[in-house]
Design a protein around this ligand. Structure first.
Ligand SMILES: Cc1ncc(C[n+]2csc(CCOP(=O)(O)OP(=O)(O)O)c2C)c(N)n1
Length: 202
């Protein structure tokens, strides 16, 4: 089996899970004021619905910015663990960010991508991952060796623990289903920004 085939097999073998449940699994692991940046789309909505924290930032409006924002926070505050949550469509729009993270190599950054294969929030048009693009293979190709598909919820948990223990930069991809998000983010960008700035101050 070639390494390309191995990656494709890992993605195909990964269980299709529920984004809201996995988001709650991430939040349940946070105990040290970790910053969480939720990308646009249902990623954001599920982060909001998982319980608002002052260290959460909810990106509204532009796709692909969860990882760049998280990289900035991780660089400015190397003592704080930072988690970026992003949808597959959004990550595909900002792929260069993977190479930038690999170059900067922040140990305190965890990137999680929810791969549902569609731009769900705008009507479930198919993304390239529905046509064979493997985001873990892309992350590895960008230089992020610590990248993996979550095989199931237990494996996702184990990957989270390793990454939150400071063995970043880490990239976790999870295949997710077509379920609707568990809530809707309040659309008040000024309030979101102010709360986050206060939440990560000092
Ligand atoms: C630059 C840009 N292009 C298009 C849009 C419209 N748009 C908003 S969310 C979205 C889909 C997001 O897809 P994905 O990241 O896969 O998340 P999902 O909706 O599946 O949770 C699109 C196309 C936008 N906001 N910004």
């Amino acid at each position: 089996m070639t390494s390309t085939e191995k990656h494709a097999a890992a993605r195909d073998a990964a269980k299709v899970m529920n984004r809201s449940a996995l988001t709650r699994q991430v939040v349940a692991k946070l105990t040290h004021g970790e910053a969480v940046i939720g990308g646009i789309g249902n990623t954001n909505f599920d982060l909001w619905a998982s319980g608002q924290r002052p260290q959460n930032f909810y990106m509204l409006g532009s796709m692909g910015l969860a990882i760049p924002i998280a990289l900035g926070v991780a660089t400015a505050q190397p003592q704080r663990q930072v988690v970026a949550l992003e949808g597959d469509g959004s990550l595909l729009m900002q792929l260069g960010t993977l190479g930038t993270v690999a170059m900067c190599a922040p140990r305190n950054l965890l990137m999680i991508v929810w791969d549902n294969g569609v731009y769900q929030i705008t009507g479930s048009q198919k993304t390239l991952t529905s046509h064979g693009v493997d985001l873990v293979a892309m992350a590895r190709g960008a230089g992020l060796a610590n990248s993996a598909w979550a095989r199931d919820e237990a494996h996702f948990d184990a990957l989270l623990e390793g990454a939150l223990a400071g063995r970043g930069p880490a990239f976790i991809a999870a295949r997710t289903d077509a379920a609707k998000p568990a809530g809707t983010t309040e659309r008040d960008p000024v309030k979101i920004r102010m709360r986050f700035m206060e939440g990560i101050a000092g």
